[in-house]
Ligand binder design. Structure first.
Ligand code: PHE
Ligand code: ZN
Length: 876
């Protein structure tokens, strides 16, 4: 029986475990409907907790208990207590061996947690609490154990994998065989993994800086074996990078990656055996876009870097999740920045933060990067814990400086190697190594919400003194009304009227990081000869909202003169937001919408500038996403946002046609595909131009798009052309292109997913009906998170225009879908419902429509813990 209302778990209730598990010996006898799991555990009382012998409580969910024995003595059913989600055992000795036999059904496991089948291959996902669906165990990250795993399967599953090194293999009766794996490093259960299947692999070796040879293996289904090169190359780059930048070396003789089609997240860092969503590992130029190539590099890096930040040093409890995720996202972001265009990587990360994390921080699920409570931990694998968590680590990096940061990370890894640590341990190591006081900085770990910096300035001509007045505040979030001021590293520069940086101190520095620590503060600069133009929050030095009353002219000036590349881009975003605000107001007043020529001029300057990196140029031509526009208003008027933005896009296309078409022609050259940043930049600018041009009702540009669609030799150009056609509103052309694409790619699930997502993401009318039709497509599977994301995710999370169209039909559709999905995959259902939990932010009547849909989900009853938590908090 499920509890009517799930229990809330609190950080303040943390207690060390009563028992340690020194050794874990597992034997799996794999069968789809009856897998036997034998577990032999060496259990020892944690004497720090006392000398008594309390009952041993093990976690276990949806398990069939076959037998239990202690030191070889079988227990009868009246000697233990079996609860819905745990098993309570009597203890009479401080150390003993526990033997448990359970039976599970991987074939009917659609939650994709625990042991399950994906296209006939066995795989596991144990983070955060999936191991308890495999066997009874203290399934908590502070219990670290040495694992030995014997995998038995029919010979039709030739590949049998688990963590560590394989120490024995052999044949068995009934056409079966086995492999035994031993992992020398103690680890928590969430890092356990097992894979069995008919897989092929590519092999490479990597020699570590100390000359150890490591075997690298990438496993996939045979049909995908040609798509592994990029991931393998990315893995080698990651291993080298972690040695060079963090001094971290790999520690086992073998490192394996397995691609699986059914996976809830991107990938998982299981010790020595990473398991990846196939969309985050497989790529070929014909089938994967540039974005996919870059995502693969980032995620391969991310999971590899976890070997130190997550595995060697793990988390004490799940409230500390950002300890490994925030740090590792920071590490992978720096890796990507080093491998590609650093400016573009930073822009993309800030866009993600502003479009999605800020909304989370302002919504009903808002939580600090170290949450204080949860019902279902799966709901806390969030943009806040990951992306804001990474920004918090970045701020530490900026406050203590590069060298002290490296010293701090060395100290952290040395001191806590083999331990389950806390966020506090990390900050303490940074503090110690740098000698900087991070006391107030710790508020970033405790307080939710996006701080607001309101900045004004004054200039005293007589004294040649310039003053920046900074006021910080943070809106209330659930359970946190009042906030203490944050320590905010605020990077700034001052520009003179020629656009040059003004020296800010005696050393001649032209950029300073101001320590904003009080609610209100004034910073003074002397020797400033003329009234300067401030360039604020350079490089997005803190995850905050910034308000300063820039004029359109000042923003245009910063766009072409700021020495900080990020702020040049950001000035363009701010200028577009100003213009979009005016357009929204005009729309509401029923006035005709007209293009602000200052924006057109600024964009023209971007197109014509000769010193701009192509990739940054492409980014500068992208209008802020609807979600970002929405974030900047107190009561979201979806209709006005959509009207304003689509008008502006169209008007810019008209105003800049010659320049856009010029760039397109210049970049429309045939050459073999390479995912190099130079080539990616060219494709990105070319396709940005194309997306504008097809909005003009001119046949020549449609023909251009059609030609690119038909002739391009890579998926980036092909998918961009297809999306352009689908968004152009030309029914005939877009239908025939979609059909051709389907004909060609229906057998490749990852490309089929793109076909789904392009349609579900179309800004043109009729999308909801199309989405309904796609769910009926024979190749759609409710059990595949990638398919669900490609249709329903693309519609509800990324298609602002169509999701908000009409009178809430999109919200109703989402509610119905989520209710249905919850029975199959609660984790994904809980994620997908998010858009309608933000109803409070909307104006009437959108707000009522959303609320009604959300209430309907709750009324459906019998919700999973995952969905219940998100919906109930959304209604509260
Ligand atoms: N720990 C994984 C990562 O960030 C994410 C993940 C969480 C995957 C839970 C599966 C389940 O690298
Ligand atoms: Zn991670």
């Amino acid at each position: 029986m499920k509890d009517a209302q799930p229990r809330t778990i609190y950080l303040k209730d943390y207690r060390a475990p009563d028992y340690w598990i020194d050794e874990t010996h597992l034997t799996f006898d794999l069968q789809p409907d009856a897998t036997l799991v034998e577990s032999r555990l060496k259990v020892r009382r944690n004497l720090d907790q006392g000398n008594d012998l309390p009952k041993l409580v093990l976690d276990g969910v949806e398990l069939e208990l076959v037998s239990v024995a202690i030191d070889g003595q079988s227990l009868s059913a009246d000697e233990y207590v079996l609860y819905d989600e745990s098993l309570e055992l009597p203890v009479s000795r401080p150390a003993f061996e526990l033997q448990i036999l359970t039976r599970i059904k991987p074939e009917s496991n659609t939650s994709l947690e625990g042991l399950y089948l994906s296209n006939g291959m066995y795989c596991t996902q144990c983070e955060a609490e999936g191991f308890r669906k495999i066997t009874f165990y203290p399934d908590r990250p502070d219990v670290m154990s040495r694992f030995t795993t014997k995998v038995i399967a029919p010979r039709s599953y030739p590949v049998l994998l688990s963590n560590g090194n394989d120490i024995e293999r052999g044949e068995l009766d009934n056409d079966r065989h086995f492999v035994t794996w031993q992992d020398p490093f103690p680890k928590p259960s969430y890092l356990f993994a097992l894979v069995a299947g008919d897989l092929e692999h590519v092999d490479e070796t990597f020699t570590t800086k100390n000359g150890r040879e490591v075997k690298l293996q990438l496993f996939t289904e045979p049909r995908n074996i040609h798509k592994c090169d990029h991931a393998m190359r990315s893995l080698k780059h990651s291993m080298r990078w972690d040695e060079e930048v963090y001094g971290r070396e790999y520690d086992l003789d073998i490192f394996m990656i397995v691609a699986v089609d059914h996976f809830n997240m991107g990938a998982m860092e299981n010790k020595g055996l990473n398991i990846f969503n196939s969309s985050c590992v497989l790529a070929s130029p014909e089938t994967a876009t540039d974005a996919a190539f870059q995502r693969i590099e980032a995620i391969v890096g991310h999971e590899y870097f976890h070997n130190w930040s997550g595995n060697r040093v793990t988390c004490r409890d799940w409230f500390q999740l950002s300890l490994k995720e925030g740090f590792t996202v920071f590490r992978d972001a720096e890796f990507s920045a080093d491998m590609n265009s650093a400016a573009v990587k930073r822009i993309e990360d800030v866009v993600l933060l502003r479009a999605s994390q800020f909304a989370e921080d302002a919504g009903p699920m808002a939580h600090p990067i170290r949450p204080e409570s949860y019902m279902e931990i799966s709901n806390f694998y969030t943009l806040t814990v990951y992306e804001k968590g990474a920004e918090v680590v970045r701020m530490i990096h900026n406050i203590v400086g590069k060298e002290a940061f490296r010293k701090g990370s060395d100290l952290y890894f040395d001191r806590h190697d083999g331990q389950a640590a806390t966020c506090e341990d990390f900050v303490a190591a940074m503090e110690e190594a740098s000698g900087k006081d991070l006391e107030q900085f710790r508020n970033w770990y405790n307080q939710a919400g996006t701080p607001l910096l309101e900045v004004s300035d004054s200039f005293d001509e007589q004294k040649s003194e310039y003053h920046l007045h900074v006021k910080q505040s943070c809106p209330p979030t659930p359970g946190q009304k009042e906030k203490q001021p944050f320590h905010i590293p605020f990077a700034i520069g001052l520009l003179d009227s020629a656009g040059k940086d003004i020296p800010l101190n005696a050393q001649g520095d032209t950029q300073l990081v101001l320590d904003v620590t009080q609610t209100e503060q004034t910073f003074s600069f002397d020797g400033v000869g003329e009234r300067p133009l401030p360039s604020l929050l350079r490089g997005f030095s803190a995850p905050v909202k910034l308000r300063y009353d820039y004029s359109a002219e000042q923003l245009a000036f910063l766009m072409s003169h700021d020495s900080d590349g990020f702020n040049r881009w950001d000035a363009g975003q701010r200028l577009a937001l100003l213009v979009l605000e005016d357009l929204q107001a005009a729309y509401r007043a029923g006035e005709q919408l007209v293009l602000d020529t200052r924006l057109a001029d600024a964009y023209r300057a971007v197109l014509e500038a000769d010193d701009l990196d192509l990739a940054v140029r492409a980014k500068m031509l992208e209008l802020p996403a609807e979600q970002i526009i929405a974030e900047s208003s107190d009561a979201i008027d979806a209709e006005a946002i959509i009207a304003a933005r689509s008008f502006l896009k169209q008007a810019l296309a008209e105003a800049l046609e010659p320049q856009l078409s010029n760039w397109y022609t210049r970049l429309d050259v045939e050459k073999p595909y390479s995912p190099s940043s130079a080539d990616i930049a060219e494709r990105s600018l070319k396709n940005t131009c194309l997306a504008y041009l097809v909005l003009l009702q001119k046949p020549e540009y449609r023909t251009l798009a059609n030609k690119q669609f038909a002739q391009s030799g890579n998926m980036t150009d092909c998918a961009a052309a297809l999306a352009a056609l689908v968004n152009s509103g030309d029914e005939v052309l877009s239908r025939s292109a979609l059909d051709a694409f389907y004909e060609k790619w229906q057998e490749d699930p990852l490309v089929f997913d793109q076909w789904l997502a392009i349609q579900a993401g179309s800004a043109r009318f009729g999308t909801l009906q199309r989405v309904r039709d796609l769910l009926e497509h024979p190749a759609f599977e409710l059990t595949s998170p990638n398919k669900v994301r490609s249709v329903v995710g693309a519609f509800a999370m990324r298609n602002f225009t169509q999701f908000h169209a009409g009178e809430g039909e999109g919200f109703d559709f989402l509610a119905d879908f989520v209710i249905r999905l919850d029975k199959v995959n609660p984790q994904i259902a809980a994620r997908l419902v998010t858009p309608i939990t933000r109803w409070r932010k909307y104006q009437s009547p959108m707000q009522e429509f959303m609320h009604a849909s959300l209430a309907r989900v709750m009324a459906a009853g019998n919700l999973s813990k995952d969905l219940y938590e998100v919906v109930s908090k959304g209604l509260a």
